[in-house]
Write a protein that binds this ligand. Structure first.
Ligand code: MG
Length: 160
């Protein structure tokens, strides 16, 4: 077994598409980023890469590379999963937390869970998506942006 953790944060900007966990969420603001700004999938990618001992998302997908401009973060996740498969690793489970004062995320948790489970090639009960506020404290509390945390467990194929 191998464990990994990931963290990411992005600032809000007015307008645009807010995409979290591969799910588009209606909101007045989106997240500023080189990619589509899916902070949850970025934290997840970092947790997966961390568990595999493969560095971080910035090494694999530099934000100076125009290839990744506006890219769907599910494509980044798909590439990470390809790297893991190549090393004989599969996902046991993933526990994910979104930290946001706005918008309300609870109505979208199950949709995110389904998308992520599909991308990780696991059943939905192996993926947990939580959402919390910081009680109006700090940058998420001031509605300046959204943060995300991820923890994953990987198994080597011999235990599959
Ligand atoms: Mg990011």
């Amino acid at each position: 077994m191998r464990i990994g953790q990931g963290f990411d944060a992005h600032a809000f900007r007015e307008g645009g598409r807010l995409v979290l966990g591969g799910v588009e969420i209606p909101h007045t603001h989106s997240l500023a980023a080189h990619s589509d700004g899916d902070v949850l999938l970025h934290a997840l990618c970092d947790a997966l890469l961390g568990a595999a001992g493969l560095g971080d998302i910035g090494q694999h997908f530099p934000d100076t590379d125009p290839t990744y401009k506006g890219i769907d973060s599910r494509k980044l996740l798909s590439h990470v999963m390809h790297l893991l498969r190549g090393r004989g690793l599969r996902v046991g489970n993933a526990d994910l937390t979104l930290v946001a004062q706005v918008p309300k995320l609870a109505p979208y948790r199950d949709a995110m869970r389904a998308v992520i489970a599909q991308d990780l090639h696991v059943s939905a009960d192996a993926v947990n998506v939580k959402a919390t506020t910081t009680e109006q404290m700090g940058f998420t509390g001031r509605k300046e942006g959204i943060a995300a945390l991820a923890v994953v467990l990987l198994f080597t194929e011999s235990h599959a």
